[in-house]
Design a binder for this molecule. Structure first.
Ligand code: HEM
Length: 499
């Protein structure tokens, strides 16, 4: 809000100046920039973003088309809003668009210089992606850690069961967040880092939330990079505090692991942290301890909230559609029985559950504008020029709700993916790219795939769900809250009933 008041004041001062400046639509025409709304001097189109930026941009693109240009402060921003144009950017010209525009909050503790999320495509970034792919997300790596994840899912089931017994409501997003942190920490270093309802876990979660808020918060220093060193809203300073807290926690895990390795020759579980420490001990210059901490930071921030928010949206839609919820339940029972526990290898036998997850990604992509890309050169697309250094936002939320692409686009209909099961979200079908596509596609997709299906299945398989007293299905709120991830504005809470 402080940002907007500041901008409004700035805007009124500048309004008079506007009258004596030449029309910028002429400038746009002569430079062949894609069309877009009128850009006010200095602030450009910042005020048109609104609190639900993805929706405002989708609305504007209905007037200006699937390749639209805006000015956000001094940053030229190109917004892509159709599958065809997304394909031009992320496939045809993938390399030219594979860099990032970095929010200044992500520069705290020089994170941008170490981070797989923010580094430009180059040797360092390739090395980190290779480590992720080979040491963490390969099928063999994921298969070898699946029993640990299974154990954690049992804890989720026990927690929900306890809520049944005590008549407590379950905050589904919150439970899924705790679970996601643990599934990731277990996969990374065979250790649980959060417990349901504990104070220390809450503290840890608050730090992760804090980081995400800092990165998502509208920041004058991002709109006017000249202000970066001033940090006018103190966002970078705040994020430095959060990063330092997380690094202290990671230092603890690394020290514990090093101690364990020095006293146990036969290290049974060789997890990601072992693999990273092996690399570090082989050649410190290849992967330093600082590199390891920045990588862990990236993986937790990228993984936990995206996964849990997707699960919360899936459960929200199933609660609004009890017949679809029953269909998922019946399908799981047919495969694993009433008392069995679903395994990761069962997912491929559950086409309706898979369709529910795809439909959730279509309607509620949790990273609605992907992570900002950046043009490395002037690139021609659809007859327009995307200029070098422009920030490029791909509005996957808009494509997911486009009625020219999807019949009954606003309706939750997993069945559409039963008749079109070939449509997938692994970056080849540009109408459904919740994980992005091309070089920068989410490296965590294979783990996210397993976690989302398993968590939804765990919530549904052995429990029925009842809304809070007196609430009807129609009253389940689906208002979105825009941020680093697209959250539910009102958390989804419901009472579990053991079946
Ligand atoms: C990047 C989505 C889970 C790690 C991304 C991007 C998206 C995304 C949209 C940016 C793609 C682009 O800019 O084109 C999701 C969704 C998830 C999920 C929807 C869950 C439902 C995970 C998990 C991990 C992870 C579980 C790791 C444990 C990363 C990393 C990047 C990334 C490291 C940066 C890659 C790069 O810039 O090279 N993710 N993600 N994500 N994701 Fe995920």
């Amino acid at each position: 809000m402080d940002l907007f008041i500041f901008l409004l004041v700035l805007f009124s001062i500048l309004w008079t100046v506007t009258l004596i400046l030449t029309s910028n639509s002429k400038a746009r025409k002569s430079s062949k920039l894609p069309p877009g709304p009128y850009q006010f001097p200095i602030i450009g189109n910042i005020l048109q973003l609104g609190p639900k930026t993805h929706q405002s941009l989708a609305q504007l693109s209905k007037t200006y088309g699937p390749l639209m240009s805006l000015k956000l402060g001094s940053i030229t921003t190109i917004v892509v809003s159709s599958p065809e144009t997304a394909k031009s950017v992320l496939q045809t010209h993938d390399l030219s668009f594979s860099s990032r525009t970095i929010p200044s909050a992500a520069l705290a503790l020089n994170h941008g210089g170490f981070s797989v999320v923010w580094l430009p495509v180059g040797n360092k970034w390739r090395q980190l992606r290779k480590i992720c792919k080979e040491q963490m997300f390969s099928v063999s790596r994921l298969d070898s850690s699946q029993d640990l994840r299974k154990e954690k899912l049992e804890k989720l089931r026990d927690y929900v069961r306890k809520c049944c017994e005590t008549g407590r409501v379950v905050d589904i997003g919150e439970a899924a967040f705790t679970m996601s942190l643990n599934l990731v920490s277990t996969t990374l270093f065979s250790k649980e880092i959060a417990q349901f309802g504990s104070d220390s876990s809450q503290e840890m979660k608050d730090v992760f939330w804090g980081v995400m808020k800092c990165i998502a918060k509208p920041n004058l220093a991002d709109f006017f990079p000249i202000l970066k060193s001033v940090d006018p809203q103190g966002i970078m300073k705040q994020n430095t505090i959060y990063f330092e807290k997380l690094f202290k926690i990671f230092d603890g895990f690394i020290d514990e692991k090093l101690k364990f390795r020095s006293t146990n020759n036969e290290n049974e579980v060789h997890d990601l942290l072992d693999a990273l420490l092996d690399l570090n001990q082989r050649d410190e210059s290849e992967l330093s301890r600082i590199d390891i901490k920045h990588l862990l930071l990236d993986l937790f921030v990228a993984a936990a909230d995206t996964t849990s928010t997707t699960v919360e949206w899936a459960m929200t839609e199933l609660l609004r559609n009890p017949r679809k919820m029953s269909r998922v339940k019946t399908e799981i029972e047919d495969i694993v029985g009433q008392n069995g526990q679903i395994k990761e290898s069962d997912i491929s036998k559950l086409p309706y559950l898979q369709a529910v997850v795809k439909e959730t990604f279509r309607l509620h992509p949790v990273v609605p504008l992907l992570v900002p890309h950046k043009a490395e050169d002037d690139i021609e697309i659809n007859g327009y020029i995307v200029p070098k250094n422009a920030q490029v936002l791909v509005n996957v939320w808009a494509s997911g709700r486009d009625s020219n692409v999807w019949p009954n686009a606003d309706v939750f209909m997993p069945e559409r993916f039963l008749s079109h099961s070939e449509i997938d979200f692994r970056g080849k079908d540009f109408e459904l790219i919740p994980f992005g596509a091309g070089r920068r596609i989410c490296p965590g997709l294979p783990l996210a795939y397993r976690m989302v299906h398993l968590m939804v299945a765990t919530f549904v398989h052995k429990f029925g769900w009842k809304l809070e007293d007196g609430k009807n299905l129609e009253e389940i709120d689906v208002t979105e809250k825009f941020g680093l991830t697209l959250q539910k504005a009102i958390p989804m809470k419901a009472f579990p009933i053991e079946m």
